[in-house]
Design a protein around this ligand. Structure first.
Ligand code: PMT
Length: 222
């Protein structure tokens, strides 16, 4: 039996991976399926929260029952949707894989290859850092903000540095690879707290990690 310990709370979860278009047919993207974010949304709803799920390119995943789903494509769109939903939220969990950069220009027509010529280099510009922005400028006092860190090496040390840089309260550090974590039903992580705490979550269903995140969020909300 799930305790309704998030009843009366509004939580925002981002899920999936942003796609940054080059032209009408191509984009820069990443391997996030959205499964970890959807598990967070489902478990929060099961614990009584009102949930807004900002979903980036999570085709194929059914909308969780009783959850408000906002579909977005790019990092800029994800930022807008998260800022809007966060205005009255008790907690925000950023499980989405957000592109740090986007192509500087968008070609209105499909980019053509030119016979015998080298391809044009792709010039990138920085995307807004949504997690850092909502952490620095909290929409409500006491709002709990959780980030995720997808790392391939030096996982914990990189996670600790990222927690400091981003300014969030909790950071879920998980290891990723071409066939690790992305798209799978399981995950394994350490949740770092700004208070120095470390909560290891053993390999298991993404729902189990999600429930540990909500336990820690509920504790902070009091
Ligand atoms: O979707 P699945 O297939 O289930 O896979 C789950 C997952 C691996 C995508 C997920 O568990 C995860 O780790 N998500 C975060 C991926 C990521 O973008 O990590 P990062 O280390 O690049 O970013 C750190 C944090 O900053 C994240 O909370 C991210 O949402 C946020 N961010 C990043 C860049 C940016 N411009 N704005 C941001 O808000």
């Amino acid at each position: 039996v799930t305790e309704p310990d998030l009843r009366g709370r509004h939580v925002v979860v981002s899920a999936g991976g942003t796609r940054e278009p080059l032209d009408p047919v191509r984009f820069l993207g990443n391997r996030s399926s959205g499964k970890q974010g959807y598990a967070l949304a489902r478990t929060a709803a099961a614990r009584g929260a009102r949930v807004t799920l900002v979903a980036a390119n999570t085709t194929g995943l059914p909308d969780p029952a009783g959850v408000d789903v906002v579909q977005v494509g790019t990092a800029v769109q994800l930022r807008e949707a998260v800022l809007k939903a966060a205005a009255d939220a008790d907690a925000v969990v950023m499980a989405a894989a957000v592109a740090d950069f986007r192509p500087a220009t968008y070609a209105a027509g499909k980019i053509k290859k030119r016979d015998g010529q080298d391809p044009e280099p792709v010039v990138l510009v920085r995307n807004p850092d949504i997690l850092a922005e909502i952490s620095a400028d909290r929409a409500r006092p006491g709002q709990v903000i959780v980030g995720f860190a997808a790392e391939t090496d030096d996982v914990l040390a990189n996670g600790r540095r990222k927690l400091e840089r981003k300014g969030c309260d909790l950071l879920v550090v998980n290891e990723v690879g071409e066939r690790k974590t992305f798209g799978s039903e399981e995950n394994e992580a350490v949740v770092l707290g700004v208070d120095g705490s470390e909560t290891p979550v053993p390999y298991g269903p993404k729902e189990a990690l999600a429930d540990t995140v909500w336990d820690l969020v509920a504790k902070r909300l009091g």
